[in-house]
Design a protein around this ligand. Sequence first.
Ligand code: ATP
Length: 238
Amino acid sequence: MYAVEVKDLVKYYGSFMALKGITFHVDEGDIYGLIGPNGAGKSTTLRILATLLKPSSGVARIFGYDVDKDADRVRRIISYLPEEAGGYKYLTGFEYLSMNAKMYDPENFREYVEYGIEISGLGDRIYDRIGSYSKGMIRRLLLARALMMKPRLAILDEPTAGMDVVHATVIRDIIKNVAREDVTILLSSHNMLEVHYLCNKISLINEGRIVASGSPSEIIDSVNASNLEEAFVRLVRG
Ligand code: ATP
């Protein structure tokens, strides 16, 4: 069984076709990257998989569960880091993690929170109000929330968006470590270097279509490119 199976997925916003029949699959244990330019359809795909948007047609399953028909079951085994998230600025980071962990498992929430604090790397700042955090710190807190429960699948929409190089590196290492704990990861990014470092498999997506899937080196070799950026340009231009 695939961790994620997407077949002929189509999404219309009104009359605009944002996804034009997307097909790919993610194996259990993968760190899988969806990459492509602004407006390619990455967030739309991830939001459908996170059960937040309904597909117009096609199939999307997570560990065999249909994201449309079995949405409740899907929600129990995934976590989702949205592209833009804020809110909760009056809580401390610690309260935010505790609140989420308690909803998930009221009896054992402490151990999740402890792991979340470790993932966040916020140290004592975890006891400060979220309103006093920088953008990068908020992103690390939200990532900790998404990963602390060790979901079977973590769906991360641009996990390093808006981060400086140092923090982006920290986040990539966190994702790699969590993936060793039986968490399958599906993420999106614009950053070709990032996905090359992080992902064992990727799909390049452009204007609602997948233009290539495979390991980064397979894709680079398939068009005789020297890096992913060059491969992407060649594939998009045909
Ligand atoms: P980015 O890298 O900029 O986040 P993306 O690859 O995640 O881009 P999507 O957010 O999935 O792209 O958007 C795909 C297309 O669908 C874009 O043309 C976008 O304008 C359009 N779109 C997204 N959400 C809506 C919406 N709610 N209503 C109408 N059009 C939308």
